[in-house]
Structures are given as structure tokens and as C-alpha cells.
Design a protein around this ligand. Structure first.
Ligand code: NAI
Ligand code: MG
Length: 495
């Protein structure tokens, strides 16, 4: 397997790292943790430390929330919608101007292939541009009353200070999904990147400062789960937005429930991907491969349960096995790489544990299953495909979050819909068919926040995203995504 290290970085990315250990960005200042604690961020392709970052504690969280409050009540609160729109657009332009550097930092920190990291940064730019348009279009309504001489109307007001916690699978893009509606609605925030991938958010904070978004509007607090918990626990936080594991989502939801903080949660999945007998098989095989192995399977809406009609099961499974065996696994910064490592030693152990469980339960490995030769301390996993599993097996029920696909045969539509829905999750579902009437019928039967027909994973800043059941609460993107950052006030006047 080829290797590539931080030496392969461009000058701007090297200069960023040479600026030294990462600090928090609080109230427009770059600060260390109150107690001076630090943590290392690791290159998943080598297992070696890239740099150190400040590890935020309760005191830092309190300081960041106070800075966000001050900006909300001060400068940012007084910034007009049109000015906010201009600043969001300016941030998009700054990100675009530094696309290569941001993508390199992302690839180094997360392990994803550089080309995909560039795609993430480009998506972040589009996302900001879409939200720049919304800043000037947040309107209330006039409400018709039956009683005479009443003027009633609604106002949409920013919810206030937000705590936003993002995961490591799409570090920059998830940060932007969180920040864009904050900026559009006039809220302020403390953003906490994941401990595995803090670099792109630190670079983003520099760009936020550079474009002139007022100090305290966006604060970036680096740290781990305890830092996130300390942030959620701050009494002056009005709204929490979280993307990550269902276990932590439940914990955050419970905390917010006690204090009646507004909360949105974007959590895990075990999404069914269904190939109907009349599907274009070539398209379905290619799409189903991408549905799971994209980003090394570390995607909340990965199509991880592949249901194939028994008449075509062998053909689809062998097509996928062939593609999995041919995939070039390697470091993200190597231009030949198609599949990067998983993000951390912890995730590597978790994914390998699931592979062992699949074998122990009697599922058949038709591709992968191991750690590739020449991994040299990197967290690589072979693209893995299980056949012969049952719906009850751990590999078919639990979110693996790695390059492990489980193929399951079925015989009829009602049966496959019931099996697809037999999960605690409900994030995404996919349907491959030439029969569009059947596709829309099935789309109505599936319990999922998004249903893909003849594609997997397409999205747009305008299209809502989020889960049914244990996959989350609320939606991000689109105009509905803004509502999570707005309080609705009804004003009723007797004239
Ligand atoms: P996690 O849910 O622990 O971490 C996600 C984010 O939450 C990170 O920023 C982390 O620092 C923060 N966090 C952790 N504990 C917290 C707490 N008690 N309070 C506030 N913030 C907290 O996820 P982890 O441990 O990195 O991965 C475990 C599994 O979670 C994965 O195997 C995968 O199944 C799932 N996951 C799902 C993601 C998604 O996109 N829905 C993203 C990342 C992980
Ligand atoms: Mg965790």
C-alpha cells in the first residue's frame, strides 16, 4: 500500500500547522484553555500525532457562551439582515479561495481522499451561498381573526445563543451546516468540532475573523465529549444542535428536555437500500457500492442494509464483491486512493469487532474482512461485504460506521418494506427500479427522513435532511432548517 504523509501538504497547509498548537476562538481572541490542557489530533493514515489542540473545560465553555451572549445582545444582534447576508457570502468566498488548503487539512485529519475532501469544501460553499439568500427573507405572517378590529401577526426572532456539536465524518461541511442557519437568522454560537478532526474548524475560525464577522458571533471551542457536555450544560445556552451517535444524542436530548432548551439531533442509521427486480442492475450495483463505501462507510445515511430480490441476488452480490476487492485503499493524501482509513483507533477496533461478530454469527464474508497489508499503524479496513446474514444478526441491526455492507435477499414488496422498517432508525432509504409508480408507492411505505430513488445520497442546500425514530429530531437544510433557529412570536392588537 502506498504511503503519503503531512510532507505532501501544500505551503498554505504547512503554514497553518506551523502556526503552532490550536487554540480556542472565543470572543474574537485566540485563547488557551483556562487549565492549559491540550490533546493530540491524529493522522489516521499513520496513527501519528499531527498537532496539539486546546482541550476545553467548563470554564472555557462558560467564557465562550458569555462571548456569544454579548455578541447576540450587541454587535451581531444589531447587524442588519442585508449585512448578515453579505458576510455569509463573504465567508463562502473565503472558503472557496482556500479550498485546496481546507481540503488538505480535512484529508490529513480525517483520512478521506483529497478529491472527496474538495467536494466537501465545495458543498460548504454552496451551503453558505444558499443561506446568504435566506438572511433577508425571514418573514412573519398576518393572521386573520374572526373578531373585528384585530391586527394579529407573527414575527420570527432568532432563538439566541446556540451550542453546536459536530462529528468527525464531514468535519467542515457539518460545521457549515450548523453555522449557516445561525448566521442567516441572527443567532450566535459556540461550535465544538470533534476531537478526532479539529483542524478544519480552526482554519474556518481564521476565515470568520478575516471576513469581519463580529467577534463573539461564532466561537470555536475545541475539545472532546466532556467539552461538549460542559457546553450543553451551560445555563445560558438557548439551543443545542448535535450530530453524532444516537447514544450521545439521547443524553443531550434528555439534558435539554430537563432545561427546556431547544434541541435538534441528527443521529445514526441502518438505512435500507432496496433493489427491485426491474432495476437497471449496472446502475444499482454502482450506486449501492457508493451508498455504503463512500467516506469509508462513515456516513450517517450510509445504505448499510442492501435488500436484493432473490432472482438477482447472486448477480448483485458478485458485482459488489468485485468492486470491493478492486478498491484502492490508502492514505487520503495519496491521489490513487479510493478508500481512506477509518478515523481513529477506536473506530478501527469497533469496525473490526463488528466484522468478527458477523463471522461468529455465521454470516459469509464475500469480500474483505481484514486489515490490509502494509497498514503501518494506519487505521485501514478492507472494504467488506457480508452475504448469508439474517435480519437478526448484529451486523444487520447495528450501525457499524465503517466499510461493511450486509446484503440480504427478499421476495416481495410488502415483505421488504416491513423488513426495511424493522429497525430503531429511520434516516434514509433507497429504491432502485425502472417502475416509478412502484418506487413512489414504496417511498410512501418506508420510515425514513429521506428516500432516494435511482441514486443514493443526493442532496442540496435546499433539500431537508434528518431522521425518523432514533435517527434524530428536526431537520437541517432548506427553509425548514431555519425554523430550528427561530422563535415564533404572535402579536395580537385590539384596534
Ligand atoms: P460521538 O457521538 O461520541 O461524538 C460526536 C460529537 O459529540 C463529537 O464532537 C464529540 O466530542 C461529542 N460528544 C461526545 N460525547 C458527548 C457528550 N456527552 N456531550 C456532548 N458532546 C459529546 O460519536 P463517536 O464516539 O465519535 O462515534 C461513535 C459512533 O457514533 C460511530 O461509530 C457512529 O456509529 C456514530 N456517529 C454518527 C455520526 C453521524 O453522522 N450521525 C457521526 C459520528 C459518529
Ligand atoms: Mg463517543
Amino acid at each position: 500500500m502506498a504511503t503519503a504523509t503531512a510532507d505532501a501538504l501544500s505551503k498554505p497547509a504547512q503554514e497553518f500547522l506551523a502556526r503552532g498548537p490550536g487554540r480556542h476562538f472565543i470572543g474574537g481572541e485566540w485563547v488557551e484553555s483556562a487549565d492549559g490542557r491540550m490533546f493530540e489530533t491524529i493522522d489516521p493514515a499513520t496513527g501519528e500525532a499531527i498537532t496539539e489542540m486546546a482541550l476545553g473545560g467548563p470554564e472555557d465553555a462558560a467564557r465562550a457562551v458569555a462571548a456569544a451572549r454579548e455578541a447576540f445582545e450587541g454587535k451581531w444582534g444589531a447587524t442588519s439582515p442585508s449585512k448578515r447576508s453579505g458576510l455569509i457570502w463573504a465567508l463562502a468566498e473565503a472558503i472557496k479561495a482556500n479550498l485546496g488548503e481546507l481540503a488538505e487539512l480535512e484529508s490529513l485529519d480525517n483520512g478521506k481522499p483529497l478529491g472527496y475532501a474538495k467536494g466537501d469544501v465545495a458543498a460548504a460553499v454552496s451551503h453558505l451561498r444558499y443561506h446568504a439568500g435566506w438572511a433577508t427573507k425571514i418573514e412573519g405572517e398576518t393572521i386573520p381573526f374572526s373578531a373585528p378590529d384585530v391586527l394579529a401577526y407573527t414575527r420570527k426572532e432568532p432563538v439566541g445563543v446556540c451550542a453546536q456539536i459536530v462529528p468527525w465524518n464531514f468535519p467542515l461541511l457539518m460545521a457549515i451546516w450548523k453555522l449557516a442557519p445561525v448566521l442567516a437568522t441572527g443567532c450566535t454560537t459556540v461550535l465544538k468540532p470533534a476531537e478526532q478532526t479539529p483542524l478544519s474548524a480552526a482554519r474556518l475560525a481564521e476565515l470568520i475573523e478575516e471576513v469581519g464577522i463580529p467577534a463573539g458571533t461564532v466561537n470555536v471551542l475545541s475539545g472532546d465529549g466532556a467539552t461538549g457536555a460542559a457546553l450543553v450544560g451551560q445555563p445560558d445556552v438557548d439551543k443545542v444542535a448535535f450530530t453524532g451517535s444516537t447514544a450521545v444524542g439521547r443524553e443531550i436530548g434528555a439534558k435539554c428536555g430537563r432545561e427546556l432548551k431547544r434541541v435538534t439531533l441528527e443521529l445514526g442509521g441502518k438505512s435500507p437500500n432496496i433493489v427491485l427486480p426491474d432495476a437497471d442492475l449496472e446502475l444499482a450495483i454502482k450506486g449501492s457500492y457508493e451508498a455504503l463505501y463512500f467516506n469509508t462507510g462513515q456516513v450517517c445515511n450510509a445504505g448499510s442494509r442492501l435488500f436484493v430480490h432473490s432472482s438477482q441476488y447472486d448477480e448483485v452480490v458478485s458485482g459488489l464483491a468485485e468492486a470491493a476487492k478492486a478498491a484502492r485503499v490508502g492514505p487520503g493524501l495519496d491521489p490513487e486512493t479510493e478508500l481512506g482509513p477509518v478515523v481513529s483507533a477506536e473506530q478501527h477496533e469497533r469496525v473490526m469487532g463488528y466484522i468478527a461478530a458477523g463471522r461468529d454469527d455465521g454470516a459469509e464474508l464475500v469480500a474483505g474482512g481484514g486489515t490490509p497489508d502494509g497498514s503501518n499503524g494506519g487505521y485501514f479496513v478492507e472494504p467488506t461485504l457480508f452475504s448469508g446474514a439474517t435480519d437478526e444478526m448484529k451486523v444487520a441491526r447495528e450501525e457499524i460506521f465503517g466499510p461493511v455492507l450486509v446484503a440480504l435477499p427478499y421476495d416481495d414488496l410488502e415483505e421488504v418494506a416491513a423488513r426495511a422498517n424493522d429497525t430503531e432508525y429511520g434516516l434514509a432509504a433507497g429504491i432502485w427500479t425502472r417502475d416509478l409508480s412502484k418506487a413512489h408507492k414504496l417511498a410512501g411505505m418506508l420510515q425514513a427522513g429521506v428516500v432516494y430513488i435511482n441514486n443514493w445520497g443526493m442532496g442540496d442546500p435546499a433539500s431537508p435532511f434528518g431522521g425518523f425514530k432514533a435517527s434524530g429530531i428536526g431537520r437541517e437544510r432548506g427553509h425548514v432548517g431555519l425554523d430550528a433557529y427561530l422563535e415564533l412570536k404572535t402579536v395580537i392588537a385590539q384596534l
